[in-house]
Design a protein around this ligand. Structure first.
Ligand code: SAM
Length: 234
């Protein structure tokens, strides 16, 4: 097993690869109408769960980009294997640009949305100041994320007005963390002796401990943010 397989194995039965689900997007996009056949781009789309959900509501002209995209076809959607940071896309050409738990900064998302279009960002934030022991376990620094209030303000310098912000609930986090770890442990039990298994199990246990014992449950937040791009961007 390669390190690059770990996340895929841990997310085995998780279509959405984070502490959110269809109801999160239902609430986030409630009332934000997309035009028929909307042009949608999802950078770091994972299995394409968000695009699949959008396509189930109304026809879209969608593109999903990921280093390891899902393989199940989605009507009206092209899933592309590639680096989202360098994926060539025309500026100001999308009705909705998304990046959830992935790598794209708000500036790039804003540049790709058409004036009056929507930007959907999902990103971590600090629910409370992180303890050093937690930062060490996460291999992160305090500057890697913002607190809640500055998170709400990240769109403004890019001509984006916040429509709605939805923090993941502790219940969503608990479900996500428990499922992710259980998937890893089940895989390990089913593949005894596989090369690399001990390192994989160590990674799973470290993640579980980080969440349950080192303060992750109260510290790490996740927010879905929906912005509308101003008609006359600065
Ligand atoms: C936490 S998952 C989120 C996936 C999806 N957006 C979702 O919410 O279900 C992060 C995804 O980003 C992808 N990713 C990481 N770096 C990337 C890059 N440079 N280009 C494209 N995809 C990337 C990973 O392969 C993974 O599928």
């Amino acid at each position: 097993m390669q390190r690059s397989d770990w996340s895929r194995i841990a997310h085995a039965d998780l279509e959405f690869m984070g502490p959110y689900d269809e109801t999160s997007f239902e609430r986030l996009l409630n009332g934000a109408e997309l035009p028929a056949g909307a042009r949608v781009l999802d950078l770091g789309c994972g299995k394409g769960a968000l695009l699949r959900w959008l396509a189930s509501r109304a026809p879209i002209d969608g593109t999903g980009v990921d280093l390891h995209p899902g393989t199940r076809p989605i009507p009206g959607v092209r899933l592309v294997t590639g680096d989202a940071r360098s994926f060539p896309a025309d500026p100001e050409s999308f009705d909705l640009v998304c990046s959830v738990g992935a790598v794209s900064g708000i500036g790039r998302l804003a540049a790709l949305a058409r004036p009056g279009g929507l930007v959907l960002l999902g990103d971590g934030y600090w629910r409370q100041p992180p303890a050093d022991v937690y930062l060490d376990a996460l291999e992160a620094t305090i500057d890697d994320m913002l607190d809640w209030q500055p998170t709400l303000e990240i769109g403004a310098p890019h001509g984006l007005t916040l429509v709605r912000a939805l923090p993941s609930s502790v219940e969503q986090w608990d479900r996500y963390e428990a499922t992710w770890a259980a998937n890893g442990e089940r895989y390990a039990a089913q593949h005894p002796g596989e090369p690399g298994l001990e390192e994989f199990l160590g990674w799973i246990r470290k993640g579980r401990r980080r969440y349950t014992e080192l303060g992750g449950r109260g510290t790490l937040g996740f927010a879905l943010l929906l912005f509308r791009k101003d008609q006359a961007a600065p």
